[in-house]
Design a protein around this ligand. Structure first.
Ligand code: BGC
Length: 451
C-alpha cells in the first residue's frame, strides 16, 4: 500500500513540558520563589489547593524521565527553564546549581539523540521581579535580556531551538485581566501594558541572541481560530474581535511591526499610545514560530462580556475535552494555513497540542487505555500533515504533554500526559496514547494510514 502519511525525514517528533508544571522542588539548591509558587500557596487560587511543590518530581527524576522519552522514540523535547532557579532575584547573582540542572538535562537529552528546545519563560516569573512590578515595569525587557544572556551563554552550544516566551496572550489575559493565573490581577488598564512589555522583552532577547547565538530563536504563541456562530454582522464582528485579541495581538507586531487596529476598540480608554521606536525592537526577525493549538472557538456577540463583547457557543454535536475545549482538528489545518498566508510562510513547529480526558485507573499489567486521547492525537497529526501538504513550513510536532502534570489553577485535576503519573508514588505508566505515538514516530507517520 502506498503511504498517504509520510512526514519529512528530519521532522521533529517531540513532547513538551514546562518547569513549574513538572519539576517540583521549587526552592531547592538556592532557587528563588516564583509567582506560581506564591499563587498556588495562596488559599483558593488553585483547585484543591494543589501546588508545584512536588508535581512530577522531575527535578529529581530527570534522568529516568529522559530514558522514558528515549523509549518513546522522541527525537526532540521542549522544556522550559525556570528563571528563578537561574537568577533567584531575577537579575544579578547567578545560581550555578540551578543552571547546572538544565545543563545536565541537555546533556542527557543529547546522549539519547533528543534535540532540546528550551523556552525561557513559561509563566514562572521570579517573585522578586513581580515585587518590582513584573510585566508592568518597562525595565523588565532589560531584566529578561540579562536572564536570556545567561542561558544562551551556558547552553547555546547544545540547545538548537530557543523560544523566548510561551503564550504571551495567556500571561496577560489570565494573569492581568481575568486573574485566574498568577499574578492574579484583574485590571483592563494593566493588560495591554503587560502585553507590550512581554513583546519588548521578547525583542530584547532576540537582539541578545543575534550577538552570539549559533542556532535558532523564536516565540511560542497560542492560536485558536474564531468562527462566528451565525452569519449576522454582530456575530461576525464578535469573532473578528476575538481573533484580533487572541491571535493577532502578538504576531502582528512581530511580523508587521504594528498592532492590529481592532485592539484600540477592544481596550477603549485602556489602550495607550506606544512609542514608535518600540516596534523596531519587537519586529526583529525570528527564525520560527512555535504554534500551540488545542481548539477553536465558535463565537457570538454578547454585550455583557467584558471587554470583548463576545461569548463562546457550545456545539451540541461536537466532542469536548475535560477542559471544555471542542475537538476540532480541521481548525488546526486552517490556522496553520492562515499563519502561512498572513505572515509570509514562517518556519513553524507545533510546540503544543494535546487533550485532557478522564483516564481510567491503571489496570492489571500496567496498562492504561485512553482511546479519546489517542483519537485526538491521531486526528491532529493528520490535520498537521494536511497543512504540510498545503505548503506550510512545518518542521515538528510536540505533544502536550510528556507527563500528567500541574495544570495551573486546575491543579492535578486535568491530565494531559501521554504518560500517567501517580502523584502519590511518582510511578509513571505509559498510556495507550504513548504507545500510539511511539508507533507513529517509528513509522514517520505512516501508522496514521490505519483507521
Ligand atoms: C500552556 C500549558 C498548559 C496547556 C494546557 C498551554 O496554554 O502552555 O502550560 O498546560 O496549555 O492548558
Amino acid at each position: 500500500m502506498t503511504s498517504a502519511f509520510q512526514f519529512p525525514d528530519n521532522f521533529l517528533w517531540g513532547c513538551a513540558t514546562s518547569a513549574y508544571q513538572i519539576e517540583g522542588s521549587p526552592l531547592a539548591d538556592g532557587a528563588g520563589p516564583n509567582i506560581w509558587h506564591r499563587f498556588s500557596h495562596t488559599p483558593g487560587m488553585t483547585h484543591n489547593g494543589d501546588t508545584g511543590d512536588v508535581a512530577c518530581d522531575h527535578y529529581r527524576l530527570m534522568e529516568e524521565d529522559v530514558r522514558m522519552m528515549s523509549g518513546l522514540g522522541l527525537n526532540a523535547y521542549r522544556f522550559s527553564i525556570s528563571w528563578g532557579r537561574v537568577l533567584p532575584e531575577g537579575v544579578g547573582k547567578i545560581n550555578e546549581k540551578g543552571l547546572d540542572f538544565y545543563d545536565r538535562l541537555v546533556d542527557r537529552l543529547l546522549e539519547h539523540r533528543i534535540t532540546p528546545m528550551a523556552t525561557l519563560f513559561h509563566w514562572d516569573l521570579p517573585e522578586a521581579l513581580d515585587n518590582r512590578g513584573g510585566w508592568l515595569n518597562p525595565g523588565i525587557a532589560g531584566w529578561f535580556a540579562e536572564y536570556a544572556r545567561v542561558c544562551f551563554a551556558r547552553l547555546d552550544d547544545r540547545v538548537e531551538l530557543w523560544a523566548t516566551l510561551n503564550e504571551p496572550w495567556v500571561v496577560t489575559d489570565g494573569g492581568y485581566l481575568h486573574g485566574a493565573l498568577a499574578p492574579g490581577h484583574r485590571n483592563l488598564f494593566e493588560t495591554p501594558v503587560a502585553g507590550h512589555n512581554l513583546l519588548r522583552a521578547h525583542g530584547r532577547a532576540v537582539e541578545v541572541y543575534r550577538e552570539q547565538g549559533k542556532h535558532r530563536v523564536g516565540i511560542v504563541v497560542n492560536i485558536e481560530p474564531k468562527v462566528p456562530a451565525s452569519g449576522s454582522p454582530e456575530d461576525r464582528a464578535a469573532a473578528e474581535r476575538a481573533h484580533v485579541y487572541m491571535n493577532r495581538q502578538y504576531l502582528d507586531p512581530i511580523f508587521h511591526g504594528r498592532y492590529p487596529e481592532g485592539l484600540r476598540t477592544i481596550f477603549g480608554e485602556a489602550w495607550p499610545e506606544w512609542p514608535a521606536g518600540d516596534f523596531e525592537l519587537i519586529r526583529r526577525p525570528i527564525d520560527f514560530v512555535g504554534f500551540n493549538y488545542y481548539t477553536r472557538s465558535v463565537v457570538r456577540h454578547d454585550a455583557n462580556q467584558y471587554p470583548l463583547k463576545a461569548s463562546p457557543v457550545h456545539m451540541p454535536h461536537s466532542t469536548y475535552t475535560e477542559t471544555g475545549w471542542e475537538v476540532c482538528p480541521q481548525a488546526l489545518t486552517d490556522a496553520l494555513i492562515w499563519l502561512k498566508d498572513e505572515y509570509g510562510n514562517p518556519t513553524v513547529y507545533i510546540t503544543e497540542n494535546g487533550s485532557a480526558f478522564y483516564d481510567p485507573p491503571v489496570a492489571e499489567g500496567n496498562r492504561l487505555d485512553d482511546p479519546l486521547r489517542q483519537g485526538y492525537l491521531r486526528k491532529h497529526l493528520r490535520a498537521a500533515y494536511a497543512a504540510l501538504k498545503a505548503g506550510v513550513d512545518l518542521r515538528g510536532y510536540f505533544a502536550w504533554s510528556l507527563l500528567d502534570n500541574l495544570e495551573w489553577s486546575h491543579g492535578f485535576s486535568k491530565r494531559f500526559g501521554l504518560i500517567h503519573v501517580d502523584f502519590a508514588t511518582q510511578e509513571r505508566t505509559l498510556k495507550g496514547s504513548a504507545e500510539l505515538y511511539r508507533r507513529i514516530i517509528a513509522s514517520n507517520g505512516s501508522v496514521l494510514n490505519e483507521t
